[in-house]
Design a protein around this ligand. Sequence first.
Ligand code: G3P
Length: 212
Amino acid sequence: MEIFLDTASIEDVVFWESFIDGVTTNPSLIAKSGAEDYEVLVKEICQLVRGPVSLEVLSEKYETMLTEGRRIAKINSNICVKLPCTFDGLRVCKELSLEGISTNMTLCFSSAQALLAAKCGATYVSPFVGRLEDVGHDGIHLLEEVLDLYNQQGYETRVLAASIRSLQHVIQAAMLGVDAITLPPLILRQCFEHPLTWKGLEIFANDLKKRK
Ligand code: G3P
């Protein structure tokens, strides 16, 4: 399973570099980074990681989205163009896929959207677990359904669990067999932190002191 960091912060990417296979950004994360020129920021992130770096288009209409997608794909060879699961976004996905550009279909909230993303040749599809749960739906069930559907139909689009809000989400997604997951730095930190580990270290250190 690939682990991506959900961030647009250079510091985060440098700090977590040993654990991650790539990075996903979104317009909110880029705004939060305070970067004046987001393309310069993303270029820098692309130099720091070998794997895919998802960068989202800002346009909403087919023509402009297509032009923007082609332009941002040229920023670096590891750019993955992030597109919304809309009518226009899916059409752009099909076109970019035919051109050999890698894509990540974002804001996926249903298996039907995931089906179309695969039909359009998406490299990744990103079902949003947390945001579905925010509105009372079962985000983990969506992952399960998309994985089953792709398996039944033999689609190669990779399932990327997104909008991950807890350690439980991480383990549930991993156990279902998702191809990739994107984690905010806070959740990645929670993956290794355990109070008993710290307590154990303290006990070992104290025992050693006693021996002296
Ligand atoms: O990058 C997309 C996704 O992971 C956003 O997560 O927590 O803002 O719903 P969240």
